[in-house]
Ligand binder design. Sequence first.
Ligand SMILES: [Zn+2]
Length: 183
Amino acid sequence: MYFYYGAMGSSKTANALMKKFSFEEKNRKVILIKPNIDSRDGKTVVKSRIGLFCEALTVSQTEKIKDILAPYETLDIIIVDEAQFLTASQVDELRKLTDSGVMVMCYGLKTDYMGKLFEGSKRLLEISDSIREIQSMCKCGRKAIINARYKGRKIIYSGEQIDIGGNDKYIALCHKCWQNGVL
Ligand SMILES: [Zn+2]
């Protein structure tokens, strides 16, 4: 089980989609999963900022991974985009699949706009075999580590972890720029 984490804009999705493509070229059965925080069922299209896109199965927080994978008999690799939104028990399910021979590669954010771990990321850090960082840069040139939430030019430090349907905007910043309070 692999966990690739990085701040927003670190091309995690592009990396995930390139991995999927290269495994499929070698005739591996690959499934792309995306947690769906607003609980609509079915399929969605995962898009990367550089223009790559691919259809993915969605899983809501109340669904079991094994239920959404039930129609797929043989499976070599599961790739998860936005893995921070998995629940801890969904990560545990993926861990069991890894133990039964499926390769699982999760891509996601490590922490939220307050610098706190997401539930899925916390569990992934605890039980992944391999944890790798995908680095990206703050506007000042330092390493970006926080996905700052902002309104206007002001950085916001409190509120709900996930603001579904909100107009919040995010930018990846280094710790110093995040503490400045304004963009
Ligand atoms: Zn900075």
